[in-house]
Design a protein around this ligand. Structure first.
Ligand code: PEP
Ligand code: MG
Length: 311
């Protein structure tokens, strides 16, 4: 197969007819930094910053954070790094931003919602100040995005806050169905969006992502999830702004082609997943990816979507 012949290829992601798709890595801990930087990618599509905040009694200082971000930006100099602001709260409680017990943590005060309180807003400002300082000192192309955005107002407020800190490329994750449905409006207020398909699937199918008994509902091939991806990608196309995927869905080579066929502009994944995704993408034209996407969208369930795309 063409895919096998291309498995050793390197460089930017492209379809067989040359349509560019950025291939990026997910990064969640400094221990993974060397492997992530060594991967043949165009940068980091999701830098999870929780490692700096969890399991401690007090918030990290701006200086401490600046040093941590600077280390990552130095490893990726000349490349893009999309930093996600703190996605804690709820099931990842912080001693220094306590919201008490919540009966439904996944639906609680998490992600950007932490900024609703003065303490949470101060945490976010410190984080943005640190990202801004580290970005100024290095020469990575630094983008910033907020997790768990549900409304246009949240996206707008976040982008304004980023700009106050000299961070000019501000975006949101789309991992709440409301944000996917209103992606066009959200993109009016920010520069890019990134689909978090793990949470988007959880919330679209109302299935706890930690509950293995619901794995069939959490399957990233669920047509309802693909419908939401399609809406967001379409909003990206219309606005001319990038809409990528940084959830697990991006690391399945065939599904990655479906996502590209739906119109996403970048795919971010574990470094080890990149070669197979690059090869699969290089074996199909953009039109062929669009045909796969249409097949998957017309399926009744996840298993059929996968089967139809594989034919
Ligand atoms: C997601 O929800 O798809 C995502 C990338 O974020 P996380 O897995 O960190 O919630
Ligand atoms: Mg998420």
């Amino acid at each position: 197969r063409r895919t096998e012949a291309l498995a050793g290829s390197r460089g930017p992601g492209r379809t067989a007819d040359g349509h560019a798709v950025q291939l990026l890595v997910n990064l969640g801990s400094p221990a993974d930094l060397d492997a992530a930087a060594a991967a043949d990618s165009e940068g980091v599509g999701l830098f999870r910053t929780e490692f700096l905040f969890l399991d401690r009694e007090t918030a990290p200082t701006v200086e401490e954070q600046t040093a941590a971000y600077a280390q990552v930006f130095a490893a990726f100099q000349g490349r893009k790094v999309v930093v996600r602001t703190l996605d804690a709260g709820a099931d990842k409680p912080l001693a220094f931003a306590d919201h008490g017990d919540e009966p439904n943590p996944a639906l609680g005060v998490r992600g950007i919602r932490l900024a609703r309180t003065a303490a949470g807003a101060a945490l976010l400002d410190d984080q943005l100040a640190a990202i801004g300082a580290a970005a100024t000192a290095g020469d990575a192309d630094v983008w910033v995005m907020a997790p768990m955005v549900a409304t246009q107002a949240e996206a707008r407020a976040f982008a304004a806050r980023c700009r106050d800190h000299g961070l000019d490329t501000a975006g949101t994750m789309i991992e709440v169905p409301a944000a996917a449905l209103r992606a066009a409006r959200i993109l009016d207020d920010c520069d890019f969006a990134s689909l978090g398909t793990n949470d988007l699937g959880q919330y679209a199918l109302a299935a706890d992502r930690m509950n293995g008994a619901l794995a069939d509902l959490l399957d990233p091939w669920q047509p309802a999830l693909l419908d939401l991806v399609s809406l967001a990608a379409e909003a990206g196309r219309e606005s001319g702004k990038p809409v990528g995927v940084c959830g697990e869905a991006a690391s399945d080579p065939l599904l990655a082609c479906v996502l590209v066929g739906l119109g996403v502009t970048s795919l971010s994944m574990a470094p080890s997943a990149i070669p197979a995704v690059r090869a699969e993408l290089a074996s199909r034209t953009l039109d062929e990816c669009a045909v796969l996407a249409a097949e998957a969208l017309h399926a009744d369930d996840a298993a059929e979507a996968r089967r139809r795309a594989a034919c």
